[in-house]
Design a protein around this ligand. Sequence first.
Ligand code: AMP
Ligand code: TRP
Length: 340
Amino acid sequence: SCGPRRVLRHNPTSMRVFSGIQPTGDKHLGNLIGGFRQYARTQEEGEAFFCIVDLHSITVDYDPQDLHDRTLDLYAMLLATGLDPERSTVFAQSHVTAHAEAAWLLSAVTSYGQLGRMTQFKDKSEQREFVSAGLFTYPVLMAGDILLYQTDVVPIGDDQRQHLELARDVAARFNARFGETFVVPEAVYPEVGARIMDLQEPTRKMSTTGGTAQGTVRLLDEPDAIRKKFRSAVTDSGREVRRGDDKPGVSNLIDILSVATGRTPEAIEADYDGAGYGQFKADVGEAVVELVAPVQARYAELRADEGELLRLLARGAEKARVAAAPTLAAMYERMGFVRA
Ligand code: AMP
Ligand code: TRP
């Protein structure tokens, strides 16, 4: 995969990182642990692109004013959780028209059958009476996001595994059909916390759009609301604080505490040996309050200055356009389009 990298990239030696985040639903602890935390870390390791995927958000029923506000909310949240707009390229997908173009071109090398096997599509389409065509082709847009930037690694939550696999297949098929054009990207999943579960129903993932209200910890929840959600978290039968397939509730809380405090899950199990669930849950709640407090303070400051957010977004879009342009041009050329 050195070929396309050398030709289509300004700096072929550094590692390219790309991830996308939807501006829908309030952002929650799962996003922080499975997503944002990794973004801030990976931006130190290479040339990083973080995209607010507003085009993805119109694939399910949505409110235009809401999309507008949440795009700015999310941008402020990404900066609040540690992305540096100087060091990384942080931008909105709709500001860079190459994304919509790439999705259409790549739809020629995406299998209809594979799209139909996406579990996210099956889940989301079951729950509604109007299923948009965009919900079905969503993974093609996502593949384009990644491939346009000659991305080496995609830090991502566990729920996106299948979509990432599809992006790799699309890249390989395009390369085979039209000549080496794309780097085939690798996903990186967080070791602990790739899948934070709902506190009330620990067999499903935490989500503001699909989870329970009490079981979802929003990043902007008040400290007391956070404490209460952890106090009332569902635990499992027995009373030992240890991980196990039969203990999804406790396992989830151990993962959360591990991430929030930097202690290993093994150390946590040892620390709470014989302590029972009450103290454990209170401690997890407190650790999460401490984890999110600085994020909340920084967010409030950033969100208050919309003019500055828009200026920074425009700069991000400019950087992204420059980075995506050579790959999009190569796609058109190799696919046989006349370039006048
Ligand atoms: P989204 O808000 O769905 O666009 O997701 C943003 C990022 O957070 C993606 O990398 C997701 O994989 C990740 N993410 C979302 N929900 C969870 C969860 N419950 N646990 C861990 N990571 C998650
Ligand atoms: N589908 C991803 C999600 O729901 C968001 C996304 C869109 C994305 N494009 C991407 C993630 C490209 C990584 C890379 O979380």
